[in-house]
Write a protein that binds this ligand. Sequence first.
Ligand code: ACO
Length: 325
Amino acid sequence: MNAKITATGAYLPEKIMTNFDLEKMVDTSDEWIKQRTGIEIRHIADKETTAELAAKAALDILKNSRLSASDIELIIIATVTPEHPLPATALFVQEKIGAYNAFGFDINAACSGFTYSLSVANAYIRSGMVKNALVIGAETLSKIVDWQDRSTCVIFGDGAAGVLLEAVDDDSVGVLDMVLHSDGRYTDLMIVPAPGSRYPCSEEVIKNRDIYIKMKGNETFKMAIRSIAGVSQEVLDRVGLNFGDVDWMVSHQANRRIIEGVAKRVGLDMNKVIITIDRHANTAAASIPLALDWAYKSGKIKEGDIVLLNSFGASLTWSAGVIRW
Ligand code: ACO
């Protein structure tokens, strides 16, 4: 059995924050943000929670599929901004959509969360353990961003999106293969230090602003292009394809310059590269499925296309997958 994406779905919070709004909050400019990152606007979840965003994306996926909530067997939510430390956000999503025949859990692999989750769902389906899975990336990064830190607050956004993965008796379609990597020597490149077992909740961690994202952006940037290009080559080699066979590259949307750098390094024309960072910003685990959903619904990705997914995230995780749509 292979696992095929049979539907996509997405949800973005209504509130939009522009670069000009950010100019009023920190010492930055629309020009700097656009030139350094490619971001023009981002969606912000003012009142909504991660599970609410994810449930709305799940309902959109179901609307676009042949299945109803009671048919779903597995729910994986990729997130670094869960509803609570426990229980898993997937359980709140299960309750909101009424998918009571499923089991669910969360995966934290930062911006690689969606590809990591897709690989897990793929393995469950290939093993025969389940026949379908909802795989959703959902983030409310605005709630862990330090709105006083211009080097991070301008790059993140909120949103949720995902796919329905279903078993198909055809090994030429669906997820052809995936490769995942992580390197725990670089955990300091991007971290939210508290609250956790090392730094439990206290007045001290709040005073130190340790409850917010801390990122060494430039050092992360330098490692990204080489790692993404490398893992993409690795997964294409495993399935006997090359970059010339790729119809669409859907990358984690962290920085337009990173995506362009990868395309240049592997010799892929930018008209085969999906770009959504201008209007979504970096939505961590939600960014690849948001881009996939847009690319599919706008008619770019078509049945039979070879789609290369690749990601790079904290700290460090990187991965790639090849899908025949
Ligand atoms: N507005 C204006 N100036 C700024 C801003 C801002 N918002 N932020 C930083 N600057 C300044 C810096 O202070 C610095 O000034 P200086 O030269 O006087 O010291 C200058 O701009 C350059 O700063 P850099 O950090 O070198 O800028 P860079 O070109 O690297 O861009 C960015 C920063 C956008 C963060 C980039 O490094 C990046 O995209 N990094 C990768 C992020 C990433 O991929 N993270 C992992 C995935 S996210 C996840 O896992 C959830």
